[in-house]
Each structure stands twice: as C-alpha cells, then as structure tokens.
Design a protein around this ligand. Structure first.
Ligand code: GUN
Ligand code: ZN
Length: 433
C-alpha cells in the first residue's frame, strides 16, 4: 500500500488555477507551488512564496502547471475496444464491448488492464477519474489495488447487470447488492478510494436491481452512483418500452431514488427542458462525453442549456466508446459539438470543466481541482510548445485565452510533461527524464 506522500517539493513555472468559476482564476507567469505531506501548502508569485531551505525546487520554466485533470466517466475495461468500427451504441455493446468485459473474470487479466489504463490516464494528465469496472468484483479489486499503489484519488465500482446481456456478465439483484456492499465496506474511503454504485444503464437492470441500487445509495454514507442516460435514440425508445410508467429516461432513475448529490450520469444528449430542470433540482451531475457522442453517432450535447440552469457538468472520455484518453481531444470535441449548437465554449470553460468544474461535479471541489493551500497535491504540467505547429501558433499571441485554445485544438499526449499525485511524481515524459 502506498502511504508515502513523498518529500516536500516546490514547483516553479506558469500556474493557472480556477477559484470558483471559469471567469475567476489566478494566473502567475512566474509562479511557485509548495507541496508538503501530499498537500499544497502555499502558492503564488514565485517572489512571494517562502520555500524552506531544505525543500527541493523543480523549475518547470515556461511550462504551465495546472490542477490534475478530472475524467468524469470512463470504462477501464474497454481499452482494447477503442476504435471498433461501424456500430452504434447497442450493437457496439453486444458486438465488441460485452465479449471484452467477459474476460475480466480473470483477476490477472483485470490487473494488467488496470495498470495499463492508469498509466495511460497519468500520461494524459488525469489524476482523478470516475471509473466503470465490470460485473466481476475482482475487476474492482484489481482497479483499486493499482490506484492505491499509485496514491490516486479514484472513484470506481462494480457494474450491475441482471438482464439483456450475455449470461457470463449477469448478476442478480441480490448478488449485486451483496457484492457492492462488500466492496463498499472494503474500499470506500480507504486512503483516496471512493466507491460508486454502478448500474450500467436502465435497460440492463430489472426494477428490482434499480431498487437495490437506490437502497445502497441511501444507506452508505458518501458513496456515489454512476450510470448512463439518454445517449442514443434507439436506447431511449427501448427504455420507454421497458419502463412505460416513467415520464422520461432520466425519470426512470428518479423513480428509484437514484438522482441526487454524488450521482454521475454519462451523456444526457437528448434531454428535454424538463429533464434539465430535474438534473438541477435534484443536484445530479451530468458527464458530457464528446468524443464518444461523435464516434458512436449518438448526438450533439447542448452545453449551454446545462450552463443556463447552473447544473453540475464534467467532461468524460468514455473510453472505449470515446476515442481518446487525451484531455485535449476531449475538450476539442466538446468545443466542436458546442459550435454545432451555436455556442462557443471558451478555453476557460473547457479547462474549468477539466479541473475545478469536474471536481465540483464529482463533489470533490474542496479536495481536488485547485492549486490552493489545503488542496490535495495532484498537478499536471503542460509543455505549451510540444510541436512545431503549436510553437508557431503561440508566436502569434501571448494572450492566455489564445495559448489555452491552441492547446485544446492542437495538443496531444506529447504536451504532458509530468504528472504529480498525492505530492509525488507519478508520470514523466521521456523528454523530462
Ligand atoms: N451504455 C451502456 N453501457 C455503455 C458503455 O459501456 N458505453 C457507453 N458509451 N454507453 C453505454
Ligand atoms: Zn460510458
């Protein structure tokens, strides 16, 4: 178990951190952040931060130091099915995804996949993710064991499915309750781990299983719920047949007490205005997964409508429906989708969603997502000139908004110089080494 929070460190460089909105941020061109015992203890202009004599200083020069990124929705067992050709949601699940997830009955297969996923997440600057495992409890064990070894704050849970999937992937209402409860007792709040009750989506759960999910949410202090909602039009029609009493797909979950604080729903692409009101009224979080929505041809999310009501929204990669674990690819797709909806997502909004906004959507805005005293020391360092074409574009302007937008549109994993979690360096690029 990794309880080593690392020695004290001072990082110098450009620093950007949001305070409470995309428009309220601190930016220091010559900044310094002091890390002690896994927490940030001081940050500001380098001339004003007092660094004790014995503390190691790492100077990141012109690089940009940001809070570690937040992925609000991702499936670690789906790394092998990224880029599966030619299907929309339900066919994609049946043809590619379920057969791959069946392999996670093997704990060593799951452990190798968890290691690969987490190393890729860190290589892309993500330090916190809300993660779907598979129906097998050992897939959750494998995931949390590796996340704990790396000292990461991660949310994850066992997928619940008791119908409409291959037999080898089905549990029952009773076993899903028992297994989830055991995993909650073992992992929830253990070091930095947090548990999410994870009914996959309404079509693969009986009403009994959704009932049980609601009971677990009510009776387990501080746990999360994560699922999918309103992603694809055929899926929505299927849900309407399966749950004729509900007024909408979202209302199915409402009927089982599965909306509320710390409930995280992927997609919400085809919501009515009433659904968006329900999201706001229940303090439910919606995770926008733009590369997935494009790849699976699901639809174009309406960011502005969620913004207008002040709903909690995060960005998710949704790998393997999503096509990339890159925060830049995700922000770029979010920008492009918003353009289709006649809304220009600003670079500040995009980076806010990836940091403090994402943390707020995960109800972790007091722990992660900011570079401020008392916050957990999860940080990502971005090389702002990682390619020739980005360097060239950067020469045209020193404006922060333009610098950030160039990264969103053109950067990839080459731009992530190094990643820190819990005050320790957990990834460094070859260049950095
Ligand atoms: N809906 C139910 N399961 C899934 C999944 O694994 N990925 C996506 N994108 N949507 C889903
Ligand atoms: Zn998903």
């Amino acid at each position: 178990m990794n309880t080593d929070v690392g020695s004290s460190l001072a990082l110098k460089g450009r620093i950007l951190t949001f305070n409470d909105s995309p428009h309220n941020y601190d930016y220091w061109e010559s900044g310094c952040v002091l890390i002690e015992g896994g927490f940030i203890t001081s940050v500001g202009d380098a001339s004003l931060v007092e660094v004790p004599n014995d503390v190691r200083i790492i100077d990141h020069g012109e690089d940009l130091i940001l809070p570690g990124f937040v992925d609000g929705h991702v499936h670690y067992p789906q790394m092998n099915v990224i880029a599966s050709f030619g299907a929309k949601l339900i066919d994609w699940l049946n043809t590619f995804t379920f057969p791959e997830e069946a392999k996670f009955s093997d704990k060593s297969y799951a452990s190798a996949a968890a290691k690969f996923f987490l190393s890729e997440a860190l290589r892309n600057g993500y330090t916190t993710s809300a993660v779907f495992c598979t129906v097998h409890p050992q897939s959750v064990e494998a995931f949390f064991t590796e996340a704990e070894r790396l000292g990461l704050r991660m949310i994850a849970g066992k997928v619940l499915m008791d119908r409409h999937a291959p037999k080898s992937l089905l549990d029952t209402a009773q076993t899903s309750y028992d297994q989830s409860k055991e995993l909650i007792d073992k992992w929830h709040n253990k070091n930095r781990a947090l548990y999410a009750i994870t009914p996959r989506f309404a079509p693969t759960s009986t009403p009994e299983q959704l009932e049980v999910s609601g009971a677990l949410y009510r009776e387990s202090e501080g746990v999360y719920v994560q699922s999918h909602v309103s992603e694809n039009v055929d899926e929505i029609s299927w849900v309407a047949e399966l749950f004729p009493q509900a007024t909408s797909y979202l209302d199915v979950y409402n009927g089982f007490d599965l909306l509320g604080p710390r409930t995280l729903y992927g997609h919400g692409v085809h919501f009515s205005d009433a659904d968006i009101e329900m999201v706001k009224d229940t303090d439910t979080s919606i995770i926008h997964c733009p590369t997935s929505n494009l790849f699976l041809g699901s639809g174009l999310f309406e960011f502005q409508k969620f913004k207008d009501v002040g709903a909690r929204v995060a960005l998710g990669t949704d790998v393997g429906g999503g096509t990339s674990l890159s925060p830049f690819a995700t922000m770029k797709a979010a920008y492009e989708i918003a353009q289709f909806r006649n809304y220009s997502l600003t670079p500040f909004e995009a980076f806010y969603l990836l940091t403090l906004g994402g943390a707020e959507a995960l109800h972790l805005g007091d722990k992660i997502g900011r570079i401020a005293p008392g916050y957990e020391a999860d940080l990502t360092v971005v090389n702002l000139t990682s390619t020739e074409i980005i360097s060239n574009r950067m020469k045209q302007s020193n404006e922060l908004a333009e610098i950030l937008f160039s990264q969103i549109i053109m950067a990839d994993d080459r731009a992530i110089r190094t990643t820190y979690a819990n005050g320790k360096q957990v990834y460094k690029s070859d260049e950095e080494a």
